[in-house]
Ligand binder design. Sequence first.
Ligand SMILES: Nc1ncnc2c1ncn2[C@@H]1O[C@H](COP(=O)(O)OP(=O)(O)OP(=O)(O)O)[C@@H](O)[C@H]1O
Ligand SMILES: [Zn+2]
Ligand SMILES: [Zn+2]
Length: 803
Amino acid sequence: MAVAKVVIDVAAAAIDSLFDYEIPKNLEGSVQPGVRVIVPFGPRKVMGFVTELTSESQFESLKEIISVMDHTPVLTNELIDLSKWLQEETLCYRISAMQAMLPAAFKAKYKKEVWLLADEDELPYAWKIAAEGREVFPFEELEKHQIPSSQVTRMIKEGLIDVKYIVKGKNRIKRETYIELAIDEQELLEVIEDLGNRAKKQRLVLEFFSEEPQPILLNELIKKLQTTKSPIDQLIEKKILKRVKKEVYRDPYQKNTAERTKSLSLTNQQQSAIEPIHTSIDENRHEVFLLHGVTGSGKTEIYLQSIQRVMDEGKEAIVLVPEISLTPQMVTRFKERFGGEVAVLHSALSQGEKYDEWRKIQRKEVSVVVGARSAVFAPFENLGIIIIDEEHETSYKQEDYPKYHAREVAKYRGRVHQCPVVLGSATPTLESYARASKDVYTLLELKDRVNEQDLPHIEIVDMRTELEKGNRSMFSESLTEKIQDRLDKNEQIVLLLNRRGYSSFVMCRECGETIQCEHCDISMTYHRRHHKLKCHYCNAERSMPKTCPNCESDAIRFFGTGTQKVEEALNAQFEKARVIRMDVDTTSRKGAHEKLLGQFGRGEADILLGTQMIAKGLDFKNVTLVGVIAADSMLHLPDFRASERSFQLLTQVSGRAGRHELPGEVVVQTYTPEHYSVVLASEYDYEGFFQREMNFRKQVGYPPYYFMVLINLSHENHVQVNQMANELANELAKNLSQESILLGPTPSPMLRIKDRYRYQCMIKYKRKEEVDYALRNVLEHFKKEVNQNKLQMTIDFDPYYFM
Ligand SMILES: Nc1ncnc2c1ncn2[C@@H]1O[C@H](COP(=O)(O)OP(=O)(O)OP(=O)(O)O)[C@@H](O)[C@H]1O
Ligand SMILES: [Zn+2]
Ligand SMILES: [Zn+2]
């Protein structure tokens, strides 16, 4: 008996295992690991993924698979295994893990079309009838004419046909006719000779092909030779040439692929950094590198040349970049180097475009993918390197199930393919740098900028003294002066305003005091409703003070300024300045991000004002001043990584100035100029920051000294979820040793979302097995409530958001 093991497309605990189905005779050969099938499940028909084929089952009387959806596997064997690993690692449903690996188009409604790649004569009779002379026709025609599934699968493998998914809606697939030689070049010469002086037009065409034997667009050929279609048709008739239809991909970056760049000759620092990577590539050895290079030190060039090395060996490369920096600037650098070998995957593409890009990878038409987080699942089968640029970015962690971190997936795939993984950053995470210090990762350093200029000088402005001087404007005297200076010189300015944490923390404008939780060393958050301050971690609470507990000033208030307000202030103070504002509001439309940056790049504006989305990756020649309006806004977030994030952001944004000939300068406005992350960022002292922050993490027991997992419960009933949260804590405590620290239960910082009340527990731990065991136990414990859809429980390893 032929049996398929299937993961069913229902995300529920009771269904999260493999189900056996019999493969009926007519589907044998078509049902392969990695294809999706339709199976009966209870009274319903549902979709499922085939993970493996076997010849027996421990169950009797299996149900049969109804049909296959894919004739080419959508998941490789490696990805099937990876989904199992993700399920275990993140405690998610297997089906969620599998779906995370595929483009969203597979979840939407789509139609299937059959494309004939061969001449009709080469096809079985039934196909001719089904095709009715069409080259592309609906898949249903095959079913109507009872063409067996196994035959479809075989013909795809033989390259005679293809089956393509048409995502509903716009974006039809484009195909164009190419003409190519049907005979080899030697034969061609003979044919030309035989033609002699007859058929001049045909001869002209053939002579063209003898010089340029590649396939060429029909229209282009006609234009080039200033001929008509008829000699071409005649040659096709004689089977000397043939027509082929080729798919024209929707390629949003097609326009800017004109000129190709060559490898730059590396600086000495770059050379010593790249050598160990090359060695690892050459020796097919998995190794994780942490490439720590200051902004503008030429990390990207190292990525490009490592990829070149990998491609020379016929292997493939994945490059992850944070969503936000997937601007044309970054993509263009890869496209300019590797041309059509590059696929791009990011969220600004339409579903159809994303599917096209994914398909290029699946069909091995490209060997490099540049993309955001989920590109780590690119279905390459011969990976030679995985690169994660700006490895400290939080967007590499997925907040929905499966709650995976792309870095961990990259390392998993690196081990499978025995290839290097390169993590690059000017400000690595503490976790990564700590691993590099312990030689778990190999540290590679670029200490200087390529242009051999010093990093821009950073001036810290104490906004408290500005207030004393009577300056109530958003811009300090120094920043005002410098903006004016750049405007006069026609140089450009980048202004950063961090909106994250907007208005939620309380600070004294006189002395910079913020209110911290006594137990957690974390800023307390203002809750408007009860006019109280709360700690998000331990739930401690206090009333909102009327005066500053430190200096007794009454200038204590919630902190925050919006980009719009800053824009107004700029316009009022610098009448002639042309300002481009970039924040979620101005960049929500598709392509807006690129458009605004394009305008700034062409010098159509003087000031680029934005939120953290402007902090990284930008490389504009004319930017000589960077201003940070309020460096504090991030420092006091209820997050143990607040200092780290501030340090990263300040370093990144400073790196935008003076990247080319003109020297740069940075002004950082702050109410807490003495804070170590401000001071050390202004000195570009990463090492110093690392030591300092590690001390703090050690004292309070945060990562990288402990691992963390956050367990969240939500329910419509406040009383019940409160009870369950206590139960949760008790159950967890039963199975945790002294080594682990259990925090909570406590209401989540956002107590109610969508009418559900939320509570949480946090575990700091050293050994994952112990925690996995405890968590499996609570999953089992709350199974009933969860299955009844009343209780929702989420488990988030290595959490980034605590709200
Ligand atoms: N070997 C080299 N010779 C000449 N120019 C180089 C070389 N390497 C890099 N550059 C140029 O130096 C500039 C900075 O390099 P790159 O953007 O790669 O730095 P980076 O470290 O990735 O920067 P960031 O982290 O700030 O984004 C670029 O304009 C790049 O083209
Ligand atoms: Zn004060
Ligand atoms: Zn607390």
